[in-house]
Structure formats: C-alpha cells, structure tokens
Design a protein around this ligand. Structure first.
Ligand code: MG
Ligand code: ZN
Length: 220
C-alpha cells in the first residue's frame, strides 16, 4: 500500500517539477525556504528582519506569491534585494511550475538564500512541495493560541515554527503555554522561535538557526 502511494506521488506532476527545482537549487548551492502563514502574520516583515540580519553574510532573493498586486515585492526591492512577483491569478497557493518560472529569471549563481513567500493561507500550501529545503510557518499573536487546534496540518508539515508579533502579547489573550503545548504535540521536533520583527526581540535566535541550516546544506 505504501509503495503504491509512493509511486503515485512520484508520478504527480507538481512533485516532479518540484524535484527538478530542488535539484537545480542544490546544484547552484541555493538554500530555499517556503514561508507559510495567514495574510497579515508578517511574512514580509520577518523576511525584511532576516535580510537586515543576514544580508551581509548571504546573498538573498525573494519570490513573492500573491493572488494579486506587487506591494510586497516592491518593499523587498527597496532594500536592494532581487524579488520576483508571482501573481497566482486567484489561486490560493503556489505550485512548483510557478516557482520554476520565477527561478528562471533569477541569477542563481549570485544567490545563497531564497525566501518563497507563499500565498497567505493556512490550508493548501501545506500540500504542495515547491523544491524548497524547508517549509517554515509563521503565526502571529493576534491570530490566537488556538490555531494549532484548528489548522493542525500546517503545524505538522512545518520544519520550524515562528511566533511573530510577540510585542503584542500584553494586548491579546494569547497563552504561550497553551500554544507551545499544542505545537509540541503536533510537531515535537520543529524548532520554535518566538520573535517580534518590529522590536527585533528573538530575531537573533531565528537567524542564527537559519544560518546553521544554510551552512549544513553547503557542507553536504
Ligand atoms: Mg507579505
Ligand atoms: Zn490553494
């Protein structure tokens, strides 16, 4: 049974294209993160905070997935960072062929790290492998500590979990104990990074961990 599922997966067109993306990125020694979150969780601001912390060490590029508009790509480009906008034309997640087209326009020889900012959505981006090294999710404090109970899938597939906007904890009825208990049950091995991209609190731990992942991948 498991073998049939595996064959079906291998034949799946998205996964095949994603694997091609992965092989290209590996060949070019580009580390790639697929960033998942709801709209407004602060994906772009976490990317910007990461650029500010690691921009001297690594050449970074961003692929921005949005249903419409290019406001996030514009904000990234203002930092002098290459950014490619993908408008999904209504689709609520990115697929591997969209990412492939974005990779075609980036100079991968000049890049060490790519953030793929997926469409803001806690559900279906979970199911699509894009060729990334890691899927990482961001939840923000105003969204509530019960999100792992309501959207377990994304917490299970994510290989690291960021809690953003911790500076707003005093204003919200958010139990960090309840939240961390839930994520430890769903995904005991995922590293957890509470941080505020506004104040910078906790950003160091996140970027140091990310830099370690990049170095480990390079050493392989
Ligand atoms: Mg954004
Ligand atoms: Zn979707």
């Amino acid at each position: 049974m498991a073998q049939i599922d595996l064959e079906q997966k291998i034949l799946d067109k998205n996964d095949r294209l994603a694997q091609e993306n992965h092989e290209l990125l590996k060949e070019k020694q580009v580390y790639t993160v697929d960033l998942l979150a709801s709209p407004g969780a602060g994906k772009t601001s976490v990317i910007l905070a990461t650029i500010h912390a690691l921009g001297d060490r690594y050449k970074i590029a961003v692929i921005e997935g949005d249903i419409a508009s290019d406001v996030d790509a514009v904000a990234i480009k203002e930092e002098g960072i290459p950014a490619v906008q993908i408008n999904t034309g209504g689709a609520c997640h990115l697929e591997a062929d969209m990412v492939k087209r974005a990779l075609d326009v980036l100079d991968l020889d000049e890049i060490d790290l790519i953030f793929i900012e997926n469409v803001g959505n806690l559900i279906c981006p979970t199911d699509f492998y894009l060729g990334e090294d890691k899927k990482i999710m961001i939840l923000s404090v105003p969204e509530g500590d019960d999100k792992p109970l309501k959207y377990p899938g994304i917490f299970q597939v994510s290989q690291a979990i960021i809690l953003n906007k911790t500076d707003t904890l005093p204003a919200f009825d958010f139990s960090t104990d309840a939240f961390t208990d839930s994520i430890k049950q769903l995904n005991p091995t995922a590293p957890y990074f509470p941080l505020s991209s506004t104040t910078g609190d906790g950003v160091d731990a996140w970027v140091e961990w990310l830099a370690d992942q990049i170095e480990e991948a390079k050493a392989q």
